[in-house]
Design a protein around this ligand. Structure first.
Ligand code: ADP
Ligand code: MG
Length: 293
């Protein structure tokens, strides 16, 4: 009778948009202590848009957008898509780029003509000891406080411009977090994005615990850290970067609209992309395995 109950739960789950890829994952879901949510594409829509372009002295704004779009042409990151869309909205002529290199969790570089340009995170700019013009420092602070992701266009190691990029929090995320907290489950946020952006999203959603500026290779270390002392961790994510963390967690849950790598690393898939599915999975697990005892 036991497998039958689990089978019924699996099909009940499917109706709610929960694909159970691994039985042990469903069974463990009922004893989870912490749910760790990826930010971009999981709690937010991941469809980002350029809100502001701020240029340094003597830099033309359209030129900055043209160059940034050329550098991002081969990137599939939501930030790249936002910058390319901005160039298209402005009807800017495309410029050719070459020798594209993506630096994981930091940004991209490419050559346009004979010059090397980058679109870089604040962290990467700091790591390279590049000085940001004071006019851009103020704009960056303001954007960060408004929850916007800031990236810089660099020519070599000179900052030409700043792009403030906004994402939209999924309307269901607030309820998804509240339902878990009400159940007594701790909720935390994990992101490669800057601290102020993570804190802003945390404030919007009632999440106090944020792990920000975590490089792609370190996401699974954060999971391992939380697991110390026997804490049971569920990781929810959508991206290529999230796969090792999903695999490392006691339960890995992938957003259905996410990458194939994420889905393959997860025990449960949220076909609906609705983060409220996390609480539904825990509920389903508790009901299913309560019947068996
Ligand atoms: P997340 O954890 O939110 O999915 P990522 O690890 O993908 O974030 O990226 C972390 C940071 O690295 C981004 O916020 C951005 O600053 C920078 N970055 C990554 N890829 C790009 C890109 N193609 N263009 C510009 N910046 C990028
Ligand atoms: Mg991501």
């Amino acid at each position: 009778a036991i497998p039958l109950v689990a089978q019924i739960s699996t099909s009940r789950g499917a109706k709610q948009g929960l694909l159970i890829r691994s039985r042990p994952a469903l069974e463990t879901a009922r004893t989870i202590d912490v749910v760790l949510f990826d930010k971009t594409g999981t709690l937010t829509e991941g469809r980002q848009g350029v809100e502001t372009v701020v240029v340094g002295d003597g830099v033309d704004e359209d030129e900055a957008v043209t160059l940034a779009a050329a550098v991002e042409a081969k990137s599939e990151h939501p930030i790249a898509r936002a910058i390319i869309a901005e160039a298209a909205d402005r009807d800017l002529k495309k410029r050719r780029s070459a020798q594209f290199t993506a630096v994981s969790g930091r940004g991209v570089t490419a050559r346009v003509g004979d010059t090397e340009y980058s679109v870089a995170s604040g962290r990467w700019v700091t790591e390279q000891s590049i000085e940001v013009p004071s006019t851009l420092v103020a704009a960056a602070r303001e954007a960060g406080e408004a929850g916007q992701t800031v990236v810089y266009l660099l020519e070599g190691d000179a900052v030409l411009a700043l792009f403030a990029i906004a994402d939209v929090i999924r309307p269901e995320s607030r309820d998804a977090v509240a339902a878990l907290q009400k159940r007594g489950v701790r909720v935390a946020l994990l992101t490669g994005d800057a601290q102020p952006v993570a804190e802003w999203v945390g404030r919007e959603l009632g999440i106090d615990e944020v792990h920000a500026e975590v490089l792609p290779g370190q996401k699974s270390d954060v999971v391992a850290e939380l697991q110390r002392g026997g804490t049971s961790v569920m990781m929810v994510g959508d991206g290529v970067n999230d796969a090792p963390a999903l695999a490392r967690a006691d339960v890995g849950m992938a957003i259905g609209a996410g990458t194939d790598v994420a889905i393959e690393s997860a025990g449960i898939v949220l076909a609906s992309s609705d983060p409220r599915g996390v609480d539904q999975a825990i509920q389903l697990s508790r009901r299913t395995y309560a019947k068996m005892q």
